[in-house]
Write a protein that binds this ligand. Structure first.
Ligand SMILES: Nc1ncnc2c1ncn2[C@@H]1O[C@H](COP(=O)(O)OP(=O)(O)OP(=O)(O)O)[C@@H](O)[C@H]1O
Ligand SMILES: [Mg+2]
Length: 294
């Protein structure tokens, strides 16, 4: 059971989707995305993660089923889609599909300008977005001259400048060095803390475990399990669906639990540091028992 008690911003209900060549990518997907929380979608290649994210801002339209924003079914007229995309920003995995060119400043201002905002407001939003992502120093650089990681940051800034209520990012940390990945996740933390709903897809089990409030595990176009990271990783059957394998902290937890060495009252560790502090606790308890016996 999911312990998260919150309201739903986006709801996907019984969505079936096939690409024009007939490939069925979603086979009746239902899930609720909790408002103001951080959701991570996991699953092997081809599971349907990208296709699911593309349904959140109406880039893909369900063949059957529906997507609801704040309880209202999404419609696919031009004006309705524009409104939806203001509320739900999607950052593609392939940044070259997202970036339009020119300087970083011009690229990030494209969205706010398209909203018809006055120039001072556009400038304020762009500066704010660049600042939050920590790439203010790149503002006058041509986008095409940037590294992959820098382009990724620009793409996120472009989405942020629209001030969406929901920000969905497809494998945002793929190709980023660990420090840049951590920095980006911190930016997303900050957004979530201020009430933005953040959804990412990822193959990184460590990120899913330590960063997300809620996990959605997909396989072959279906959702096989949802829950808090602790719930998902406590259930050993989920292992088969976690393409990159469970995080080391979880593997050690399973190892100890199966040998009766992990007390029920201790939760699943969400990273190595937490595992080590739990182990320290256990070692301390064992040590004092040993001393009593002696
Ligand atoms: N443009 C397309 N045309 C036809 N089939 C597609 C297209 N894009 C994706 N698919 C198919 O839809 C299914 C789901 O793909 P999707 O890209 O959503 O998976 P994914 O979970 O994001 O995978 P990955 O981890 O590799 O990014 C796969 O079978 C894929 O081959
Ligand atoms: Mg994908």
């Amino acid at each position: 059971m999911d312990v998260l008690v919150t309201d739903t911003v986006l709801s996907v209900q019984g969505v079936v989707f096939a690409y024009p060549d007939g490939t069925c990518a979603l086979r009746g997907v239902s899930l609720d995305i909790p408002r103001g929380r951080k959701t991570a979608v996991l699953g092997p290649n081809g599971a349907g993660k990208t296709t699911l994210l593309l349904h959140l801002n109406g880039t893909c339209r369900p063949l059957r089923g529906e997507v609801k924003l704040d309880g209202v079914p999404v419609s696919y007229g031009r004006r309705e889609l524009a409104r939806l995309r203001q509320a739900v920003g999607v950052v593609f995995q392939d940044v070259d599909l997202q970036l339009l060119g020119g300087t970083v400043f011009q690229d990030v201002s494209f969205g706010p300008m398209n909203l018809g905002l006055a120039m001072p407001e556009v400038k304020e939003r762009v500066a704010d977005a660049l600042e939050r992502i920590g790439i203010g120093h790149l503002a006058s650089r041509p986008v095409h001259s940037l590294s992959h990681g820098e382009k990724k940051m620009v793409a996120v800034a472009g989405a942020l400048a629209l001030r969406p209520r929901v920000l969905a990012l497809d494998e945002p940390t793929a190709g980023l060095e660990p420090r840049a990945a951590t920095q980006l996740l911190q930016v997303l933390d900050g957004l979530a803390a201020q009430g933005t709903t953040v959804v990412i897809s990822t193959h990184d089990a460590d990120i899913a475990l330590s960063w997300a409030d809620r996990l959605v595990v997909m396989e072959a176009g279906s959702v096989v399990c949802t829950g808090s990271p602790r719930e998902v990783y406590a259930a050993r059957w989920t292992e088969g669906y976690l393409a990159s394998g469970p995080p080391a902290a979880v593997q050690i937890y399973w190892f100890l639990r199966e040998r009766g060495l992990w007390p029920e009252m201790l939760p699943v560790p969400t990273d190595l540091r937490q595992l080590l502090s739990h182990l320290e606790l256990l070692a301390g308890a064992g040590g004092s028992r040993g001393a009593e016996r002696g």
